[in-house]
Write a protein that binds this ligand. Structure first.
Ligand SMILES: [Zn+2]
Length: 201
């Protein structure tokens, strides 16, 4: 089999590990970078360096923010501090925030409970979640985890914690297909799912 020079081989390997990038796309990206005569590689290097050095997780919502700056979500005084929406990922946070059907604060889990993958409550920062319920004036927790087995298990766990603190818990519903990821839901359906959320008891 034809083999590539090592630097190409290595880059292809790293690129194909990225989500949504198959072997073919990895090849396209690689040749685009090489063809640019170095400038595209330099720009990408610079951006990745900034990403590595200047981005950190916000201690409150666990979303990403620039180091040394206020979190654009938690530092926004126009948001309703009583509403707290729990999402699986930062992508979901942006999907929901993009609908303008929700103007509260967030908590990002960065995953879902999964005994098979060894992901427990600590990995999802659920102690921090509990602390927020204790220290902030939260009146409703809106759970926006997906309708998959792991999403449902995580939701039940979140409902238990929320109700223990005497706070109302609701689950986004309507129009979110079973077994689906939020990224497959169009913004309008997502808006309706948010306004049509049901209280869970
Ligand atoms: Zn934040």
């Amino acid at each position: 089999m034809h083999s590539f020079p090592e630097p190409i081989e290595k880059t292809l390997k790293e690129l194909s590990r990225l989500p949504g990038v198959g072997k073919k796309s990895a090849m396209r990206i690689l040749y685009h970078l090489l063809k640019s005569g170095g400038s595209a590689i330099e720009d990408l290097e610079g951006a990745l360096k900034l990403l590595r050095e200047n981005i950190e997780k916000c201690r409150t919502c666990r979303g990403y923010k620039e180091k040394g700056s206020d979190c654009p979500i938690c530092g926004d005084p126009k948001r309703d501090p009583g509403l707290l929406c729990v999402v699986e990922s930062t992508q979901d946070l942006h999907l929901i925030d993009g609908t303008s059907a929700f103007n509260g604060s967030y908590f990002v889990l960065h995953g879902l409970l999964s005994p098979f993958k060894g992901i427990g409550p600590e990995a999802l920062g659920l102690d921090e979640f509990r602390e927020r319920l204790e220290n902030e004036a939260v009146s409703e927790v809106i759970i926006a985890t997906p309708y998959t087995a792991e999403g449902e298990a995580t939701s039940s766990y979140l409902i238990t914690i929320t109700e223990e603190k005497g706070i109302k818990a609701s689950r986004i519903g309507m129009g979110i297909p079973i077994g689906s990821d939020l990224s497959f839901v169009d913004p309008e359906t997502l808006s309706r799912a948010l306004s049509g959320r049901r209280e869970v008891k």
